[in-house]
Design a protein around this ligand. Sequence first.
Ligand code: DQQ
Length: 541
Amino acid sequence: SILSSKDRTAYHFQPPKNWINGMSGPMYYNGIYHEFYQYNPDGSFNPNTSLNIVWGHSVSTDLVNWITLEPALEPDTPNDIKGCWSGSATIVSGDQPVIIYTGVIDIEKHQVQNIALPKNRSDPYLREWTKASNNPVIQSGVPGLNSGQFRDPTTGWIGPDGLWRIAVGAQLNGYGAALLYKSEDFLNWTRVDHPLYSSNASIMFECLDFFAVLPGSNNGLDMSSAIPNGAKHVLKMGMNFGEDVYVIGVYDLKRDVFVPDTDDSRLWPRIDYGNFYASKTFFDSKHGRRIIWAWTTETDSSSDDVAKGWAGIHSFPRTIWLDNDGKRLLQWPVEEIESLRRNEINHQKLELKKGDLFEIKGIDTLQADVEIDFELTSIDDADPFDPSWLFDTEKHCQEADASVHGAIGPFGLVILASDNMEEHTVVHFRVYKSQKNYMILMCSDLRRSSLTPGLDTPAYGGFFELDLEKERKISLRTLIDRSAVESFGGGGRVCIMARVYPVSLVDDDHQPHMYAFNNGSATVRVPHLRAWSMRTAQVSV
Ligand code: DQQ
């Protein structure tokens, strides 16, 4: 794959060098966005053996351009000597940022929770953090709790009793649990005798997140303040050490428990159906929105990563909110990304018959933002949908690639394509008729994305529901950023982040091709197609 620095992404977050993994404590405070991240100061390899993970720290005023600072937390006390693992930031009483994070205390990786406070709150970049004298503020010591699986405390939230609460991911009696703790001062914590939620759907919950949402409103809610009536709550869990799944439900304030709308974990949607894990949200009080972003791994070899000197990026920050029907979260790149757009191209009223390819020219096809609407000419002969397909969405994208004709679809984008199409990545839709509505399958198929052997090149997939009787339009937005392809289907109902390493892109003056295509029997119209070149952001100044 590409070993030169050329394949650094142009506008996705990554530090100047070395390995990063999950998010930690993202927050907005006093005009500055803070990105903290799991960072390996020793190189671009996975630190799970070196056990020397620090909290890398970068700051921004626009979520697009970032300044790299010195690490905020380093393993330098008995309470975190073997790693400063993930955690969260909470703005307490309106102006006091507090970090609560997991410390690894020995080579067996036993975990405790610690507090850190800014050394000097008048430093706009909050460069230095002081660890609380009463650390560890939370220890395992619970019957049935595996103290090696006890981490990633959430941002705190206030209950009607004025007490702070946080949840800590754990393995309790062999299964995933969100353990609940309460505090008056955010410094001294006591455990609540029951979990906020637990489930046998996973043996552990990593990187928990718990936040309130209002159906149909894309304004975020601040968990440091009282939550309006009618709000739903979302519990996000890192399941089976690799999938960020979310559950919409009700937070029962009296019993202090989370009650999911559905307990069937096979129906719990993923935040993103691609390479996206250890995500965190935070409330952005500047714009009144909730923002989510996640860790996206490399999918080339670890020797490639050592050679190129960096490994791991973060997805582009997305606004996240609850759909009108209260059944799905929607996500969309924060609008600040549009500051990177230049030389727009625009096509209207295209028509794509079966087998048609429409080449999209005139933009930088290596660093692009593409928005395309597909309008269906007919929906009557859609293939039938089987609800069991929801239990393994990737299978359907693997079984039927873009060459397999369906009644309606596949149609979508072919991107990062070499001249002879030997290398290409496909993002496409297929339309199915279900009992009471239409189900759309979105695939991001990486199987032909690179000629380099040994890469992880799946065909990611996710379903979303659309009422095509009301509107026969399916939208797609794809952010192309060299080795990152981030797609948003149906206005953000399904999101798929992916990594690709096409070798034909090594010589930069060679622009890959981009096409809109239709391989379904039914003709598809494209009322709007807009695309932009994307400038390179100042990501690690
Ligand atoms: N990575 C962190 C943990 C978290 C895991 C350690 C998620 O805190 O559970 O780097 O990938």
